[in-house]
Design a protein around this ligand. Structure first.
Ligand SMILES: [Zn+2]
Length: 81
């Protein structure tokens, strides 16, 4: 499994650190579901759960449903914040 693309600012919670659900250490990172987790911990979880339900975007595998990459943006016009 490759590395996750969490470039979106949505993955960074400016409200502060919360304990990572995987390693327990504080992290400002959030999954798409708002779960506190380090990116590396999410990638590690994906590696350890190869049979977890997959998240797909236009036929591309983005990772697991729990921890997946940001969908690629086609244009900057829509949804760019
Ligand atoms: Zn962690």
């Amino acid at each position: 499994m490759g590395l996750l693309n969490w470039r979106s600012a949505d993955h960074y919670d400016h409200g502060g650190d919360c304990p990572c659900t995987q390693c327990g250490k504080p992290t400002p990172m959030r999954s798409h579901a708002g779960e506190p987790v380090h990116k590396v911990c999410a990638e590690d979880w994906n590696d350890r759960n190869p049979n977890a339900p997959r998240q797909e975007h236009e036929g591309r595998d983005l990772g697991t449903r729990r921890f997946h990459s940001d969908p690629p943006r086609k244009t900057r016009k829509d949804g760019a914040r």
